[in-house]
Design a protein around this ligand. Structure first.
Ligand code: ZN
Ligand code: ZN
Length: 173
């Protein structure tokens, strides 16, 4: 996602509106593979103050990720405010931990700033529906589709399995 700032260079100190879109494909987040279902859009204004470009706008994306319980592909609409300063790279040595965004020439590379803001807006656990029941830990059935009989079996079996584990403990001593 690139922003051409030629207009802003010609008119320093003035807010220049912009609107860009970019198709991003796959990404990684929280250990999951996610994908941007539609092109990511970013619109707002930028302004040049000396050699620094101030970019302010709103980014929008639809992100598909696996449901935290049943792994079904789940779409989430995300909207994030982005407000960042980009400093012109004039080839000076910089601190290793300096995470300032840089630019050179007349083009800003916005991917990192926009991506970071969008992913911060994602909920920590994405569910396909609020009451997703996930998979049975015993038999692996998808409980959204099928009721399994594990829970019933468990209550029947319980007295015996409790006894069995008692016997095992005795043996180990
Ligand atoms: Zn689910
Ligand atoms: Zn089951």
């Amino acid at each position: 996602m690139k922003l051409d700032i030629t207009k802003g260079i010609q008119r320093k100190g003035i807010d220049v509106p912009f609107e860009i879109e970019d198709a991003w494909g796959e990404d990684h987040w929280n250990g999951d593979t996610i994908s941007y279902v539609r092109p990511v859009s970013f619109s707002g204004t930028y302004m040049l103050a000396d050699e620094t470009v101030i970019v302010r706008g709103v980014a929008r994306a639809v992100i598909e990720s696996p449901c935290a319980r049943c792994l079904a592909p789940t779409e989430t609409s995300v909207e994030a405010e982005v407000s960042e300063a980009f400093i012109r790279d004039i080839g000076q040595e910089r601190e290793a931990d300096d995470d300032q965004y840089m630019y050179s020439g007349h083009v800003l590379e916005l991917d990192e700033a926009v991506r970071t803001s969008l992913l911060l807006e994602l909920p920590t656990r994405i569910l396909c529906k609020e009451d997703c029941r996930g998979y049975c830990s015993q038999c692996g059935a998808n409980l959204n589709i099928n009721e399994c009989s594990c829970q019933k079996d468990l209550t029947h079996r319980n007295p015996f399995s409790a006894l069995a584990s008692l016997l095992n403990e005795d043996e180990e001593v």
